[in-house]
Write a protein that binds this ligand. Structure first.
Ligand code: NAG
Ligand code: NAG
Ligand code: NAG
Length: 458
């Protein structure tokens, strides 16, 4: 155990004891506590087993953030997802944090007995969230979806939002939260990428006017040490640019004007320590873009709690999926020796974690995507110093250097052959198969004719 780790444990113990000491702590007191462990997840089929929660609970998150597709409400009966089915039963918020088996429950109980803080923290974990399309009510839907008013109520019920919350009165589920004391404060901004969104391809709006005004106020308001912006869809990666025409994904990059507006707003706000978290894509990855601000903008993607790209293919094809992931070019993905797979994409169930070491100098952030056993599959350590806007020459020079690095190249500016190599490979393979098929058919035909000729002669 390193010094840092020991200090960390000690600090944890102080927080625990502090928490236990506060009887009936209300949410205001809770919000003043230092937050150093945040977890998040998305894409969770309420009818499927969800073993990953054991790992999430064992991580001891102080805040857990749902990033959308928190349930699949549109699965059976699109357009008819409201009613009892959606608000009761196993997919209510709280039971998600109940251990999966009796054995696990017992282990937990034993642990809790020897460390009173353990149980306490679980009760103290704040659960917040936003939605994506499947809990909004319809696959890939935007502002046109007519079930949105009813479903907003259902999402807020799911999140145990107080009945008198202003969030129940606004159009859309966007919200912001503050945690921690001054100097160690974290603002979490959760966007609604559905309620006001124009059709994909329109290059229109994602957030809509009222949400933009709100976001501007949030970002230009008092500074905080960290600002986490939660978006259901990816902000930095433009996967569509490299996998078209085979597939297309929803993302901020599909709305280039809107995305530039977001980056400009963050830059204008001069806020330090801003980064994104996202879900939606059924795999986990970490991306960064170095040319939006004068510091790198990270996007931690975790998806999903149950849904994953590898699970939908038979076992023997999973290496092939990993190969395709590796082949897919990306200029933004953070690649590291420590990734589980070469591509640094993780296509099995996962959750994301943010650990903040407030006591180190400078403050460090550990971004991780973890598997169902809580083992890191991709991650990066970032010093909070790196996430500071500055006009100093040193930073300008660093910026120019960064500009030459690949995290500054948009996917659409990649050379054609690189950008489309997946499609080229796919269509080449298809072509080869077609040729083989034609040759086979022709050979058969020739062979049969020869045979029938022979028979006639006989
Ligand atoms: C959710 O899980 C159930 C049970 O395993 C399955 O029947 C259903 O197809 C799944 N839904 C989705 C959207 O994956
Ligand atoms: C992302 O890719 C799509 C599809 O190729 C393209 O239309 C869009 O402009 C790209 N966005 C950015 C920000 O490069
Ligand atoms: C990076 O370089 C491009 C052109 O090569 C330029 O337009 C852009 O402003 C530069 N960005 C930064 C942050 O220096």
């Amino acid at each position: 155990m390193g010094i840092d780790q020991r200090r960390w444990r000690w600090w944890n113990a102080v927080v625990f004891i502090g928490m236990v000491g506060v009887t009936g702590s209300n949410s205001q007191e809770k919000q003043k506590q230092v937050v150093s462990r945040i977890a998040f997840g998305s894409c969770s089929n309420q009818s499927a087993p969800q073993p990953i929660w054991d790992a999430v609970v064992d991580f001891h998150p102080q805040v857990f953030i749902w990033l959308g597709d928190n349930i699949y409400g549109d699965f059976k009966r699109p357009f008819k997802i409201f009613g009892q089915e959606r608000t009761v039963g196993p997919w209510k918020n709280v039971p998600r944090f109940v251990p999966s088996s009796e054995q696990e429950m017992k282990t937990r109980y034993e642990k809790a007995k020897s460390n009173p803080g353990y149980a306490r923290l679980q009760q103290n974990a704040e659960v917040i969230g936003t939605w994506d399309d499947h809990d909004y009510g319809l696959n890939d839907a935007g502002k046109e979806f007519h079930g949105k008013i009813t479903n907003q109520k259902l999402l807020l019920d799911f999140l145990d939002e107080p009945q008198d919350s202003p969030r129940r009165k606004q159009a859309g589920v966007y919200a912001s939260y503050m945690y921690g004391p001054v100097g160690r404060d974290i603002k979490i901004v959760l966007l609604d990428t559905r309620y006001h969104r124009d059709p994909v391809g329109s290059d229109g709006t994602i957030l809509g006017n009222s949400q933009w005004l709100w976001l501007e106020k949030e970002l230009k308001g008092p500074p905080t040490a960290l600002t986490i912006i939660g978006s259901s869809i990816q902000v930095i990666s433009n996967l569509s640019a490299t996998i078209r025409p085979l597939f297309a994904m929803e993302s901020w990059a599909r709305f280039p004007k809107e995305r530039d507006r977001l980056f400009k707003l963050i830059a204008d706000s001069k806020r330090a320590g801003v980064f994104f978290i996202s879900g939606d894509v059924h795999f986990g990855e970490i991306t960064r873009y170095d040319c939006a601000l004068d510091y790198p903008l990270y996007d931690l993607t975790s998806s999903g709690v149950t849904q994953s790209v590898e699970e939908v293919v038979p076992h023997f094809l999973r290496s092939f999926v990993r190969f395709v992931a590796w082949l897919t070019p990306s200029t933004m993905r953070v690649k590291d020796q420590n990734c589980r797979y070469k591509s640094c994409i993780y296509g099995q169930t996962n959750f994301g974690t943010i650990e903040i070491d407030w006591d180190s100098h400078p403050v460090t952030l550990k971004f991780k995507v973890r598997d169902k056993d809580s083992i890191m599959v991709t991650g990066v350590d970032v010093s909070l110093m790196e996430l500071q806007p500055s006009n100093s020459e040193v930073l300008d020079r660093a910026k120019t250097e960064h500009n030459n690095s690949k995290h500054c190249t948009l996917e659409v500016s990649l050379p054609w052959i690189v950008r489309h190599r997946l499609a080229i490979l796919f269509f080449s393979a298809l072509f080869v198969l077609l040729v083989v098929f034609v040759v086979l058919v022709y050979t058969c035909f020739r062979f049969c004719r020869l045979e029938s000729c022979k028979r006639k002669h006989d």
